[in-house]
Write a protein that binds this ligand. Structure first.
Ligand SMILES: NC(=O)c1ccc[n+]([C@@H]2O[C@H](COP(=O)([O-])OP(=O)(O)OC[C@H]3O[C@@H](n4cnc5c(N)ncnc54)[C@H](O)[C@@H]3O)[C@@H](O)[C@H]2O)c1
Length: 439
């Protein structure tokens, strides 16, 4: 099957490479010339474990190619995936300009029946808007052509996206025609024959499934973070609470890890977008609004915890380990570090930091604080001369630090484990003035 993927970012590139691995002929298109040039040279524009191998293999077998040419992409594809960004606008609503620009490009270049698949996370009603936009372009051209719009939201997690795309819990397909539904089954044939559950529904329901799923997970995180705050006050251990809660089959242990607040390219924007969609439909989504508010509070509580424990951070150096919003990615979009570092700096701290993949993004996102941030080559360099260590992202390499070595090089011995990676290890409390989250 010939597939075009428009937008070659975290989702589009992974989807394109994996669909090529399923045996399809895939063109990944992007407006970013540097990204496409790099991809043609075999240079990955993002850090995603395993992606380079899948890309290299499929380029070698000539099933995967890269272009900035939308005309070529549209004309040579039976199925076109839209995988461009849907960032939040100032009012929280999803910015659809990129999705609709692609829809109008498709309408301008279409040469026959196409299935147009919305892979981007979009508000309910966008499928119909895409249809209208394509029809508008066809009308301008004075031509009439059949096409179908499908909503096929993506649930992959950065850092594990190759596994998630190839082993999804379910494939959601929202469509209005049997023909499009059948074509989508062919796109995912490898998964279909492997008994992956397929949820086939209408476009509006598929669009809602994605927001409902992300909002639910965000609520779960904010819920356990509030339990962590209370646990600290009453001498309870949130890790054990979460473990016991998770043993209840109705609850599940996933997404019950207390920490410094959720971040990333999905939860913050998708929670705001669903609240906005609800408001536009005359509803106030109080649960999700509270989860958003609790998440903002959680980040500030972490700063408060550090400042209160240390007395003051003025003139002190703090070693921050991990800047990305989660491990195994270079993605810094809405990472808690973007709130916590500036706040500590405003209170007079200097930062020494190490992150395995976050520096490129962090350096421009935190550019206005560059005088107060020193980017170090490893954890030990970052800890040296610092008064406190703060773990912000649970990269595996931070789980096995030589704690004695760290302590010896520090000026004081505060250790703030904002991901609870050492919370079960009593020995750390003998070396450091240790605090986790809710433990
Ligand atoms: N990142 C995730 O973990 C994740 C997971 C599930 C769903 N999503 C959703 O997938 C969508 C894409 O997210 P992402 O993280 O891949 O974004 P991204 O910013 O990494 O990638 C988007 C790409 O689209 C390109 N683009 C913009 N306009 C274009 C156009 N007119 N034509 C061609 N290319 C264009 C950009 O240059 C960029 O490379 C979003 O709606 C997001 O919410 C993301």
């Amino acid at each position: 099957m010939k597939i075009g993927v428009v937008g070659s970012g975290y989702v589009g590139l992974v989807a394109g490479a994996c669909l090529a691995d399923f045996g399809h002929e895939v063109i990944c298109m992007d407006v970013d010339e540097k990204k496409i040039d790099d991809l043609k040279k075999g240079v990955m524009p993002i850090y995603e474990p395993g992606l380079d191998d899948v890309v290299e293999r499929n380029v070698r077998y000539k099933r995967l190619s890269f272009t900035t040419d939308i005309d070529l992409t549209v004309k040579n594809s039976d199925v076109l995936f839209i995988a461009v960004g849907t960032p939040p606008k100032d009012d929280g609503s999803a910015d659809l300009q990129y999705v609709l620009a692609v829809a109008s490009d498709i309408g301008k270049h279409m040469n026959g029946y196409k299935v147009i698949v919305d892979k981007s996370t979009v508000p309910v009603g966008t499928g119909q808007l895409v249809k209208k936009t394509v029809n508008g372009e066809l009308k301008k051209r004075g031509v009439s052509m059949d096409f179908d719009v499908v909503s096929n939201p993506e649930f992959l997690r950065e850092g594990k996206s190759i596994h998630d795309f190839t082993h999804p819990d379910r494939i959601v397909i929202g469509c209005e025609s049997e023909k499009a539904g059948e074509m989508m089954k062919k796109v995912y044939r490898v998964l279909y024959i492997n008994n992956t559950p397929f949820v086939v529904t209408n476009i509006e329901t598929a669009e809602m499934i994605k927001y409902a799923s992300n909002a639910f997970l965000a609520v779960k995180i904010s819920f356990i973070n509030e339990m962590a705050l209370l646990s600290e006050k009453v001498g309870a251990n949130v890790q054990e609470i979460a473990k016991a809660m998770g043993m209840d089959g109705r609850i599940s242990p996933k997404f019950l890890h207390a920490g410094c607040g959720y971040g990333g390219s999905c939860f913050p924007k998708d929670t705001k977008a669903i609240v906005d969609i609800a408001a536009k439909n005359g509803l106030e989504f109080k649960v999700i609004k509270s989860a958003i508010e609790a998440n903002e509070i959680q980040k500030m509580k972490m700063v408060e915890k550090i400042v209160d424990s240390m007395g003051s951070v003025k003139g002190k150096t703090i070693c921050v380990l991990g800047l990305t919003f989660k491990p195994e990615t270079d993605d810094m979009r809405d990472a808690p570090s973007l709130v916590i570092l500036p706040e500590l700096i405003r209170k007079g701290a200097k930062i020494k930091t190490f992150c395995p993949q976050g520096f490129k993004e962090a350096k421009w996102r935190l550019a206005e604080y560059s005088d107060s941030i020193e980017y170090c080559n490893d954890s030990y360099e970052a800890a040296s001369g610092s008064s406190a260590v703060v773990i912000l992202t649970e990269w595996n390499q931070f789980r096995g630090l030589d704690l004695e070595r760290i302590k010896t090089s520090m000026k004081d011995n505060f250790f703030f484990d904002l991901r609870n990676i050492y919370s079960a290890d009593d020995s750390i409390r003998k070396i450091f003035k240790y605090s986790g989250v809710g433990v």
